[in-house]
Write a protein that binds this ligand. Sequence first.
Ligand SMILES: [Mn+2]
Length: 349
Amino acid sequence: MKLSFRWYGVNDPVKLEYIKQIPTMESIVTAIYDVPVGEVWSMEKILNLKEIVEKAGLKFDVIESVPVHEDIKLGRGDRDKYIENYKQNIRNLGKAGVKVICYNFMPVFDWTRSQLDKELEDGSTTLVYYKEQVDQMDPLNKDLSLPGWDSSYTKEQLSELFEAYKKIGEEGLWKNLEYFLKEIIPVAEEADVKMAIHPDDPPWSIFGLPRIITCEENVDRFLNLVDSRYNGLTLCTGSLGCAKFNDMARLVDKYSAMKRIHFIHVRNVKILSDGVSFEESAHYSGCGSLDIVEIMKMLYKNGFDGYLRPDHGRMIWGETGKPGYGLYDRALGASYITGIWETISKISK
Ligand SMILES: [Mn+2]
C-alpha cells in the first residue's frame, strides 16, 4: 500500500510541506487544472508540476483526473479527435513517470451532494446527500449551483446535454465507454500507465441522467469490456458504499484479488434511516456505515501494492477551505489507515 494525498496545485491552501509531514506519506495525487477538458496537457506543464511535487520530497505518480470530454461520453462526431488527445495525455503522463490515471464516466457532472457544510453534533461540518432535497432541485435552473457541477454551461447547453443523454440512455453510455476503452487501453499498456475508473458518486441515476459504474454487476461488465490489467479501478469506498446494495469489504476483496484495483479512496459514510441519504463521516468505522478495518484486511490479504488515499474529510478545528479537502481530518484519516495497516501486518507475522 502506498499512501497518497490529493492536492489541488499551488493555490491549494493545504501546502505540500504539510502533506509531507503526515507519517508514511509517499505520493501526491493531482492534476493540471488550467487546460480545458479534452485538450492535451503539454510536457512542459506536466514536468513543471512534477518538479514542484518532487521538490517537496513527494512522488508524482497518480493523476486525478484526466477528465473525459462529454462528446466521448455521448459518442458524438468529433469524439475521435478528443480520444486522440486523451491518448496523447496518457503518453505524456507516462513519459513523466505517472503510474495511474484516475477518471470517471459520469455524464455532465461529477459527485453530487445537497450541502457541503452541514454542521454535525460535534460542531464539525461535512458533505451530505439528503434525497428529498436533491429531488427538489431543478438542475436546469441556472440559479442553482450544484457542488460538483461545471458552472460554465449555459442553461441552453445544459438542457441540450440532458436531452442527448436521455436519448442514448444507459446502454448508449456503455457502448461509448467500450469504444473509448478499446481505443485507449492499448495506449495505456504501451505507456505502462494503469487506467483506473472512479465509480459514480452516488451510485444511482440523478436527474434522469444515466449512470453505470454503480454496483458489482456493472463493475464486472466494465472490467470485461477490455480484459486487461490496465483497465482497472479507482475503488472509492464512499462512492459505492453509500448504497446498501454494495458490500464494500467483499468488493474490495474480489477486485483486489483480481489485481484490478490500482488506486483506492478510503472514506466512510453514514447511510441514514431512509437508506438513500447519507452523511460523510470521519474515517473511523464507528462513525459511519463502513467497516474500514475489514476493508483494509482484504487489501492486506490480497497483497495490495497500489495507491491509497484518505478521501474526503470533515472540516474540523476551525479549518476553512475546499469542502472535503481540508488538511486536518484527512490527515487523521491517513493516520488511522496507517495504524490499521501496521497492526494487521504485525499480527499477521
Ligand atoms: Mn472518491
